[in-house]
Design a binder for this molecule. Sequence first.
Ligand SMILES: [Zn+2]
Length: 136
Amino acid sequence: MESRQEIAENLQAHGVLPTPQRLEVAELLLKRPQHLSADQIIEKLRADGSRVSKATVYNSLKLFTNKGLIKEISVANRRRFYDSTTHAHHHFYHVETGELTDIPVESVRMLDLPPLPKGTEEDGVEVLIRVRNKQI
Ligand SMILES: [Zn+2]
């Protein structure tokens, strides 16, 4: 686990001013590889006795995403998760539990990609595999 000092340096390295509130949000999310929704983050912060406002959490997540410190993953129905792992990887999304699990990038092989729209270049391919429990 990164120390508060290391997290502050990490924020600065991404051009984010490490205010105490941002540090609280960053510390919670970056302490391990995980995927959390904004509501889950707020819930965990409250459980830890934090008083960071909802708006500050949302603003911090937006800023962290824009600065490449975390990754935003959209799943069905406008649900959004924030991923502390920013390098390229894929996900399983369990539609019943709402849980996201990482898939290493090398275990998905893309064979046929369509031609890209005119005047564009590829900016990455990320796969989200939706799963559900087997019906018995
Ligand atoms: Zn992930």
